[in-house]
Design a protein around this ligand. Structure first.
Ligand code: PGA
Length: 253
């Protein structure tokens, strides 16, 4: 696990399909041969285009969200089946922007994990505390509520593909990164929550990614921590040169 960092680009609401195709062309030219995994989460409208452009490459394509429903009269929603059909292999679930701006609850997050698994999409569950929650000593309680809220009721055997991304909200898009020590400590305690739910072996094998202002010059130190198995990268993944550099630096640890 430690030798296989997973680097996920979260483009958020950036890039049209032609821009995404151009990025992938650039990335393939720049990308070092890495041991780890390189994944891209474009907006819905570029998923199919990206999946096509990434065929025969080591890059996997996914989505940033999916509907909590299977199908029906849900105007504006995109289902897991639709994403799978578009070539997506994974999906981010419960990103803090979804929780905050779109008011996603633990119940919604859990439904989305069900929809992802039903469609053989790898769920990347995002968790993390706000600045005031950290300041008031609530980090562990918040992570506990988010992880238990999302995963209670699942059998460990159903969650074999699960990935968790720890993203302190105060570090997202702010330029402030958690120190490698703080990130390691929090990853470790979050892994213990998973261990208490599904057993130590399951928790040990679970890929735990860090997200929040990851950049070429801080990724190596973060990836060198024992409990950090990859990164979820927003702003610094929008330029192919910067994402390629993150992949390079992050895969050396
Ligand atoms: P950032 O975003 O790298 O721009 O901080 C990370 C994320 O929101 O996944």
């Amino acid at each position: 696990m430690k030798n296989l960092p997973i680097m996920i680009a979260n483009w958020k609401m950036h890039k049209t399909a032609p821009e995404a195709r151009h990025f992938i062309g650039e990335l393939i030219k720049l990308m070092p041969k890495v041991q780890g995994e390189v994944w891209i989460a474009p907006p819905f409208t570029a998923v199919a285009e990206c999946a096509k452009a990434c065929q025969e490459t080591q890059i996997a394509v996914g989505a940033q969200n999916l509907s909590e429903w299977v199908q029906g009269a849900y105007t504006g929603e995109v289902s897991g089946q639709m994403l799978k059909d578009s070539g997506a292999e994974f999906v981010l679930i419960g990103h803090s922007e979804r929780r905050k701006i779109f008011r996603e609850t633990e119940a919604t997050v859990k439904e989305k994990i069900h929809r992802a698994l039903e469609n053989q999409l790898t769920p990347v569950l995002c968790v993390g505390e706000t600045h005031s929650q950290r300041e008031s000593g609530q980090t562990q309680a918040v992570l506990e509520a988010q992880i238990r809220g999302a995963l209670t009721g699942f059998e460990a055997s159903a969650l074999k593909s699960l990935i968790i991304a720890y993203e302190p909200v105060w570090a997202i898009g702010t330029g402030v990164t958690a120190s490698p020590q703080m990130a390691q400590e929090t990853h470790n305690s979050a892994r213990l929550i998973v261990s208490s739910m599904f057993g130590a072996g399951f928790a040990q094998d679970l890929p735990f990614l860090y997200g929040g202002s990851v950049k070429p010059d801080n990724v190596a130190e973060l990836m060198a921590q024992g409990d950090i198995n990859g990164a979820l990268i927003g702003g610094a993944s929008l330029e192919a040169s910067s994402f390629a550099e993150i992949i390079k630096q992050g895969s050396q640890s």
